[in-house]
Ligand binder design. Structure first.
Ligand SMILES: C[S@@+](CC[C@H](N)C(=O)[O-])C[C@H]1O[C@@H](n2cnc3c(N)ncnc32)[C@H](O)[C@@H]1O
Length: 262
């Protein structure tokens, strides 16, 4: 299995700092979460609902609207929750929480929705088993996450510049599927969507990642500032991927529905 070394304090700080810029940069994230929402069974009528890694609360609000129930937003980043609270109606509640240590009663939830958050968990199996425990029989964990092949152009470009890990590591699909099978759910379904975003310049991508708070926080990233020469070398290396429509940035998104046995 791919080793994940992520400092959660840095993750929380980085996302908290990005809270006010996130929504303007998050078009792709909205698309992925909307696709996940659309995958939920039509006849499913959950009452106790969690949006795990809710960020600015966009999908917390969407879930409230769809199911006409109050939804609880959980996130590691307090700054994100403060922002989400300022954007939302009083019915939602917001709790600082780690997906790997959920403060939820056993068998208390019908739906745990989580879009593009669980790739930040160093121990995904722990997060999955926590979710399984919090769900009632028949309950659903619906989550999207990123797998290997994501931001591969950026990773390859950096590799030619200095050989360091500048891009977050994403789990191979086979490893993810192995964890899904081990997590204690009765049945599950996983499908991968490829999204290729296009940018006129590399700075468009790097500024977007910064605005989202989605910097590389893996161990093995080099310290210090990105020098001008290195940035020039990176820009040049990335140009080798240019296509008529612009510079591509590929995301491999796993969309997963898991149901606890009734
Ligand atoms: C890319 S944002 C996604 C936000 C929102 N779900 C969306 O789709 O717009 C990832 C969020 O996951 C949160 N997060 C990261 N690790 C987490 C953890 N271990 N437990 C809970 N939330 C976490 C971050 O603080 C951030 O708000």
């Amino acid at each position: 299995m791919t080793e994940m070394v992520i400092d959660k304090r840095r993750v929380a700080e980085s996302f908290s700092r990005a809270a006010s810029s996130y929504d303007q940069a998050a078009e792709f994230q909205r698309q992925v979460g909307s696709n996940l929402l659309a995958r939920l069974p039509e006849r499913f009528a959950p009452q106790a609902i969690i949006d795990l890694g809710c960020g600015t609360g966009y999908f917390t609000r969407a879930l409230t609207q769809r199911y006409q129930q109050p939804v609880m937003g959980l996130d590691l980043a307090e700054g994100m929750l403060r922002f989400a609270n300022s954007q939302s109606i009083a019915e939602s509640s917001w709790v600082v929480a780690d997906a790997e240590a959920l403060p939820l009663k056993t068998g208390s939830q019908d739906l745990i929705f989580s879009s593009l958050a669980l790739q930040w968990c160093p121990d995904l199996l722990r997060a999955l088993t926590q979710a399984a425990q919090a769900l009632r029989p028949g309950g659903c964990l619906a989550f999207s996450t990123l797998v290997e092949g994501t931001l591969t152009e950026l990773q390859q470009a950096w590799q030619t510049v200095d050989g360091f890990v500048h891009v977050n590591r994403f789990m191979p699909l086979a490893d993810l599927q192995q964890l899904l099978a081990m997590a204690g759910f009765g049945r599950w379904h996983c499908e991968v969507e490829e999204h290729v975003l296009r940018y006129a310049q590399l700075s468009g991508l790097t500024q977007e990642l910064k605005a989202l708070g989605a910097h590389n926080l893996n161990a093995g990233r080099p310290g210090g500032l990105t020098g001008r020469a290195r940035l020039r070398a990176l820009t040049q290396a990335y140009e080798s991927f240019r296509q008529p429509a612009g510079l591509p940035a590929t995301y491999q998104v796993a969309q997963i529905l898991m149901f606890k046995e009734s």
